[in-house]
Ligand binder design. Structure first.
Ligand SMILES: Nc1nc2c(ncn2[C@@H]2O[C@H](COP(=O)(O)OP(=O)(O)O)[C@@H](O)[C@H]2O)c(=O)[nH]1
Ligand SMILES: [Mg+2]
Length: 334
């Protein structure tokens, strides 16, 4: 069968399904991406293990056939991997689009069933950051560890609808989800069910796969959004800074007014003291005139008083000068 006959292109599809299916596994380390990929291919194409460190550091591709269709799967490095930075993982995830040229038909968002904590939410955020938020329109949520579910349990009612974050994610993925039991991967119905969902992704997107053009457009949009966000953040910071400066200015003004009114009171007090001293000065001068020539003792006494008075006067003038620097100590006017 010629692959081209059924392969996706950017045009409207001629068929409701495609001979070739290109899929990308996305999810947290340990969520079961490699195990699910192996279940889909029906063989152990990827290494899958219990340990928490990511086994897959680079994207790895494997192919297989399923009921007459050719499947190409890309296993990706785990998100929130303790040994790689989010930037390194995101860069590698972006490569998935070119590695599956002309682009993947769907992304499989893999979660361990019953786990949708802050970590899983962070993983979804990083997927959106790497591929653009539109990626959810090309995704199917895959829950692993289906074998741990009691048979009678309804995944939709008991797990999805009871978890707001998960319900929102599934809704954004067009309501597409399926449960995988990788422990007993002999059951092929789960693969059929998954492929039917992948076909519905194609239909929902007018037959287009997720091309590098879309990724580029998403990157440009995200870069623009980031710029806008940075600008808004900067404006916000400047506003906060201006408010803080205004508050400091107001406080400073209030303190200055307090000091000024205190200084004015003190200047008044000093003026009063100076007035007293001046009167004393005049009185002393008068007394000096009266006692002149009455003996050595009175001259020395008068001289000492004079010195004390001059010192006090000098200190007072300096104080006034400090509080009232414009007038200075020379040529003071009262
Ligand atoms: N019981 C059970 N174990 C699973 C299932 N899927 C994955 N696992 C186990 O979960 C662990 C992590 O799986 P792995 O595929 O390596 O996760 P990855 O890091 O996302 O690739 C392995 O020990 C798997 O055997 C499942 O459906 N049922
Ligand atoms: Mg793996």
């Amino acid at each position: 069968m010629a692959a081209d006959k059924f392969t996706f292109n950017d045009q409207e599809p001629e068929h409701s399904y495609h001979y070739e299916v290109r899929l990308v596994m996305l999810g947290k380390t340990g969520s079961g991406k490699s195990a699910t990929a192996n279940s889909i291919l029906g063989r152990r194409a990827f290494e899958s293990q219990v340990c928490s460190a990511s086994v897959t550091r680079r994207c790895r591709r494997a192919c297989g056939d399923f009921r007459g269709r050719h499947i190409t799967l890309l296993d990706t490095p785990g998100l929130l991997d303790p040994y790689q930075t989010p930037q390194e993982v995101q860069k590698e995830l972006k490569r998935s689009v070119t590695l599956l040229f002309p682009g993947p038909h769907a992304f499989l968002l893999v979660f361990q069933i019953g786990r949708f904590t802050e970590e899983e939410k962070e993983a979804v955020l990083q997927i959106k950051q790497a591929m653009g938020p539109q990626v959810l329109g090309f995704s199917v949520v895959v829950f692993t560890h289906g074998d741990s579910l009691a048979e009678e349990i309804s995944v939709k009612h008991c797990l999805i609808e009871r978890c707001e974050g998960l319900a929102e994610l599934v809704a954004r993925c067009g309501g597409r989800y399926c449960v995988f039991n990788n422990h007993n991967s002999k059951t092929k119905e789960q693969v059929s069910e998954l492929l039917a969902m992948v076909d519905s992704v194609g239909k929902a997107n007018g037959g287009s796969c997720y091309t590098s053009k879309m990724l580029q457009a998403a990157e440009e949009e995200m870069a623009q959004n980031l710029q806008v966000e940075r600008r808004l953040q900067k404006e916000k910071e400047e506003l906060v800074k201006r408010k803080q400066e205004a508050a400091v200015r107001e406080w400073y003004q209030r303190e200055l007014e307090k000091i000024q009114s205190k200084s004015e009171r003190e200047i008044q007090e000093l003026r009063r003291k100076y007035e007293i001293l001046r009167e004393k000065d005049e009185k002393l001068a008068r007394e000096k005139g009266e006692v002149a020539g009455t003996g050595r003792h009175s001259v020395i006494h008068s001289f000492t008083i004079n010195r004390l008075y001059e010192n006090e006067k000098h200190r007072t003038i300096i104080k006034i000068g400090l509080y009232c620097p414009a007038s200075g100590t020379d040529g003071m006017t009262f």
